[in-house]
Ligand binder design. Structure first.
Ligand code: NAD
Length: 314
């Protein structure tokens, strides 16, 4: 098959591109490198440093390639930046995505959209997990733009027969995640622990508590979902890609300190305004189609090894 991966120089997109190459697909990556890195690209993928908002250039490239499926990962992916710059967020995540959708329609390609389960459902009450049928309750411009494009996809599916899959990722972690941003706590903690630097557990509500509760899902599970979607196995579906396991920031910190094995200082930090206190998703639909998610211990071990090897590189 021919697979176009937008955002394929970024964290998740590069894993999808790599796995697609390994599965024998012909892969074309589009990424404007605003957050991606060419080092992330798989060697056998064709790469074009293009902004998805550049309609004419993107369209010409895609029409020439004729993809069977488009795995759409290019996005303004920072919640914090979306609060500061909601217009930029909407420009990339809604208008840029509409360019991708219109090309998918023109090329009769499947479109697999990387949405957010972590931000879409808002606060998830204690003891509960958010299923796909929960109402969207976006609390940030980022969640609004992702929820909006989901609505466009449904409309295009109804009106024009677009074949699409919506993957609502929880908090994805794994090798190649950027440790320099404000999100991606696994990458941030690992880089600091491997350098012998202190890490900080930001409070869920009061300083000294165990921090926010999240659903950490291994990047390999996102990849499996994309590979299945390319084949049409998930057409028309909206699926949480999640572990269903509630993990506090402190639990995560303790596991990573154990895996790294260096003495570590774990400080308490304040609550960060805008952070959801609790987000945990129901993975039942994913499990029924794709099997069990990667256990946290296994995913964190693989991620720790990758970051350890990176730290040892000259
Ligand atoms: P990332 O920032 O590593 O990857 C996004 C890529 O898109 C980057 O390489 C960036 O350079 C590229 N990009 C940004 N704007 C672009 C544009 N206008 N044109 C072309 N390329 C552009 O982020 P990620 O964590 O790999 O996320 C990938 C996708 O998954 C995003 O759509 C994100 O919203 C979604 N998602 C991620 C998570 C997570 O936990 N990481 C959770 C839910 C959803």
């Amino acid at each position: 098959m021919k697979i176009l991966v937008t955002g394929g120089a970024g964290f998740i997109g590069s894993h999808v591109a790599e796995a697609a190459v390994e599965a024998g697909h012909e892969v074309l990556v589009v990424d404007d490198l605003s957050n991606g890195r060419t080092e992330n690209l798989p060697p056998n993928a064709d790469f074009h440093p293009i902004d998805i908002r550049n309609r004419d250039v993107f369209r010409e490239l895609a029409i020439h390639f004729k993809p069977d499926a488009i795995s759409h990962h290019a996005a303004q992916a920072s919640v914090t930046l979306s609060v500061r710059e909601p217009l930029l967020d909407a420009d990339v995540n809604i208008l840029g995505s509409l360019n991708v959708a219109s090309v998918a329609l023109e090329c009769d390609s499947r479109l697999i959209f990387s949405s957010t389960g972590g931000a879409l459902y808002g606060e998830v009450p204690e003891g509960q997990t958010a299923g796909e049928d929960w109402p969207a309750l976006p609390l940030s411009p980022y969640a609004c733009s992702k929820a909006s494009f989901e609505l466009y996809l449904r409309a295009f599916g109804q009106a024009s027969g677009l074949r699409y899959t919506i993957l609502r990722y929880a908090n994805v972690y794994g090798p190649r995640q950027d440790p320099h941003g404000e999100a991606g706590v696994v990458a941030i903690f690992l880089q600091r622990l491997l350098r012998g630097e202190p890490i900080q557990v930001n409070a869920r509500s009061q300083a000294g508590d165990d921090g926010c509760v999240r659903d950490y899902v291994y990047v390999g599970d996102s990849v499996r979902a994309n590979l299945a979607a390319f084949e049409g196995a998930l057409d028309g579906r909206t699926i949480n890609i999640a572990s269903g396991v509630a993990t506090t920031t402190r639990m995560l910190a303790e596991r990573l300190v154990g895996l790294v094995g260096n003495p570590a200082v774990v400080d308490d930090g304040p609550h960060r305004p805008g952070d959801l206190e609790r987000s945990v998703l129901d993975p039942a639909v994913m499990v029924s189609i794709l099997g069990e998610p990667t256990p946290l211990e296994r995913g964190l071990t693989a991620t720790t090894e990758w970051f350890r090897n990176q730290a040892q590189l000259p």
